[in-house]
Write a protein that binds this ligand. Structure first.
Ligand code: C2E
Ligand code: CA
Ligand code: CA
Length: 530
């Protein structure tokens, strides 16, 4: 059997476990949510940044594309006739550095230098070309070394003649390709097989930093792409996570505390007792009381047993004190009274048969006991004599004597349980006027072994006789004890010698067997009369 302390500790441990789990889950969940939202934000930022860069370059190139038809008409005209138009056009497009006309592979007219005569292949090896082309290159004439984009539009089928618009992208790429640390550590522009990174020259190979590419977006209008590198949305979100720790910790502690408060009533032994009452897990047992002289069963004491499906059998010595402590003894006793009445058919239907029910002193307050007896006991009119056993360890002095008088008036007998173990003055015996004194089993056990306690037993017996109170001896285990008590005038005996507490349904069989001749009795040996 478990001790009350152990059971309470079990519940406390369970409660702590639940609260710690709640706190940990909150912590994990908060950090998880913060991580996911930050990762999504990083992803959105990266996508927005890349899209913005692609758009920016598209916007630069689109007017060039739109105006190409006017320029194509100029190819073939003498440079002296075409140059003014070229200059005007170049001036109207802010980003265009120069516009060049090419005839039969020869660069023959430039908006800046006027008439020229240079084979285009010498300046741009990838041009001329039969298709429209975008070329990333480096300026070789004016601002040497600065990056330029060349938009080539052929006018002849052989691709040897056409218009070349040279765009100064130095400034715009500086803005477009500037990394956004810590999320975006590197941005590059790719056109064909050429690359341009922020702060670097146009190169043939893509050189990125330590971080790998996380996003690449191509333009829908022109053949270029923007590639963004960085530690990644998730990695960056992880780095950011420690900053969220104080908030997450506070939240988890708060919820852990709320869980502690919320489980106060649910995860306690008292909750378990409530549950046990509701689920009718408590079972009634009874222990017979015998007339010391005739050996006839004169009644029973009702004793509670709890087969808790979660904890196993729990002793009344564990749950009764706890029920008393947590104000649950009243509902528990109410349950006992109600169940006893329901199963009253197991007992002989005569007023000579006594049914003892253990009642705590607190139940005497404010007439609650009277109310409960009226409701559950007297309403059913049982024939048997009800005895209310009041334990001396309870605060007997708190008992309202008017209620005791009312009980007497209704024909209920009052027994003082565990008599001799409490520390109250004898004066209340006078006031309470009990009908029965139940001598505690420690005094019965002392008979023949413990001289001091045996003397107390003798005094209690004498007291009972003097005050004309019926005496019941509890815990009779040996024939020697039974003989001694009988000789000294104790009229009723109760103990393992006669019967252990048994389920109520077993009582009729026990009664039948105990009433039959000793030879037929099944295991119950009754003391031989002296
Ligand atoms: P109690 O009222 O003094 O009940 C007698 C206890 O002594 C019972 O223990 C019974 O099994 C035990 N007993 C009877 N004969 C012998 C014997 O010969 N030897 C020994 N060693 N023990 C014997 P149980 O059933 O474990 O109950 C323990 C206590 O729990 C009871 O003591 C009573 O104070 C309380 N209790 C039990 N049922 C109820 C109940 O329905 N209501 C209340 N308020 N208390 C109850
Ligand atoms: Ca009792
Ligand atoms: Ca007792």
């Amino acid at each position: 059997m478990q001790t009350a302390q152990r059971i309470i500790q079990q519940y406390r441990r369970k409660r702590v476990l639940v609260c710690v789990t709640v706190a940990l889950l909150t912590l994990i969940l908060t950090l998880g949510i913060r991580f996911i939202s930050q990762r999504n934000l990083n992803q959105q930022r990266t996508v927005a940044f890349t899209a913005h860069s692609v758009n920016a370059l598209d916007k630069v190139l689109m007017p060039l594309q739109a105006g190409q038809h006017d320029l194509q008409k100029l190819v073939g005209l003498p440079c002296s006739d075409a140059q003014l138009m070229l200059r005007k056009k170049a001036a109207s497009l802010q980003t265009v550095r120069s516009i060049v006309l090419v005839k039969d592979g020869l660069l023959y007219c430039s908006s800046i230098f006027g008439s020229r005569d240079v084979p285009l292949r010498l300046v741009q090896p990838s041009l001329p070309s039969t298709d429209d082309k975008l070329v990333l290159s480096t300026d070789k004439s004016l601002l040497k070394g600065s990056p330029v984009l060349i938009l080539w539009n052929p006018v002849s089928d052989d691709g040897e003649s056409g218009v070349m618009q040279i765009v100064n992208i130095d400034l715009i790429t500086r803005m477009m390709l500037e990394p956004q640390r810590p999320l975006i550590t590197d941005v590059s522009l790719t056109v064909g097989d050429k690359y341009l990174r922020y702060g670097q020259n146009v190169s043939d190979t893509m050189t990125t930093g330590d971080d790998s590419a996380i996003l690449r977006q191509t333009s829908r209008h022109f053949p270029f792409a923007i590639t963004v590198s960085g530690p990644g949305a998730s990695e960056q979100a992880l780095v950011y996570l420690p900053t969220q720790l104080p908030l997450a910790l506070m939240l988890s502690l708060l919820l852990g505390y709320v869980a502690w408060l919320a489980t106060a009533s649910r995860m306690s032994f008292t909750w378990e007792i409530n549950l046990g009452i509701a689920a009718r897990e408590f079972e009634l047992f009874c222990q017979p009381l015998l007339n010391a002289r005739t050996q006839q069963c004169v009644g029973v004491e009702i004793l509670l047993r709890w087969n808790n499906p979660r904890q196993g059998w729990i002793s009344p010595d564990v749950f009764i004190p706890l029920a008393e402590e947590h104000n649950l003894i009243v509902p528990l006793t109410r349950y006992v009274i109600n169940e006893t009445v329901k199963q009253i058919g197991y007992f002989p239907k005569t007023p000579a048969f006594h049914i003892g029910i253990n009642v705590a002193a607190t139940h005497f307050r404010h007439s609650v006991l009277i109310h409960d007896l009226n409701r559950y006991w007297f309403s059913q009119h049982p024939a048997q004599q009800l005895i209310v056993e009041l334990t001396e360890r309870d605060a007997l002095l708190d008992v309202d004597y008017r209620i005791v008088r009312e009980l007497h008036r209704q024909g209920v007998k009052l027994a003082i349980d565990d008599f001799g173990t409490g520390n109250s003055a004898l004066s209340w015996l006078e006031k309470l006027r009990p009908d029965v004194l139940k001598i505690d089993k420690s005094f019965t056990t002392a008979i023949g072994t413990d001289a001091v306690n045996s003397t107390v037993t003798d005094i209690i017996i004498a007291l009972g006789q003097r005050l004309n109170i019926e005496l019941v001896a509890e815990g009779v285990e040996t024939q020697e004890q039974a003989r001694y008590l009988r000789h000294h005038g104790v009229s009723i005996l109760q103990g393992f010698l006669y019967a252990r507490p048994m389920p109520l349904k077993d009582f009729p069989r026990w009664l039948a067997e105990s009433a039959s001749p000793p030879a037929k009795r099944n295991g119950h040996i009754l003391p031989i009369m002296p």
